[in-house]
Design a protein around this ligand. Sequence first.
Ligand code: DX5
Ligand code: ZN
Length: 233
Amino acid sequence: MSQSFTPRPLVIAPSILASDFSKLGEEVRAVDQAGADWIHLDVMDGHFVPNISYGPDVIKAMRPHTRKIFDAHLMISPCDPYLEAFAKAGCDHITVHAEAGPHLHRSLQAIRALGKKAGVSINPATPAGAIEHVLDLIDLVLVMTVNPGFGGQAFIRSVLGKVSDIRAMTAGRPIDIEVDGGVAPDVSGELAAAGANAFVAGSAVFKGGTMEAYKANIAAIRNAAALARGEAI
Ligand code: DX5
Ligand code: ZN
């Protein structure tokens, strides 16, 4: 491999959006046991995206069910008034959208001031350059591979090139490159080759409905990515 830097660890982050909401605690425990590295939490406001999911109180209720990292993806606008509530609810990573407000630096500084890791997310139509001026303020970039708002959508292939650009832009920095939307074993290899190291998956993890199924689903996404990274399975 021609990489001149240590690759970031491979991470699988099941999205709770695709779980059975009638038993959230149980679902969180099941994906934890099934091998999830992070728990991805999709927060939607019916304004920034055309769907409503859940907020800090529901996240707080899930918190005692696992010690794994809570990776919050805020699809809300404005986000600044709610950052503290998500930090207090137990989120470890708080990611905001570059398109969600006019003062991205302020939002990212506020997340770090709360002692949390800060992420910036960009929609499929947003160019990589949108994150260029905040590289010193972020711990992760969440590259959307669908338009946010719903689970179960088809992966947008044209985003692969942008993942490579972001990989080049962040080289040598301790920044995770996370991808989200339509991620399944058929694309996790290509995404890993392009430079993604953290893989969010909703439908591809929760299909089957049992801990055993989740385990096999997580392993399939992980193995395809590991293979592309030249790592042993
Ligand atoms: C979409 C969310 C995703 C979603 C992914 O707005 O950000 O995290 O849950 O779901 P799948 O993996 O089913 O595309
Ligand atoms: Zn998400």
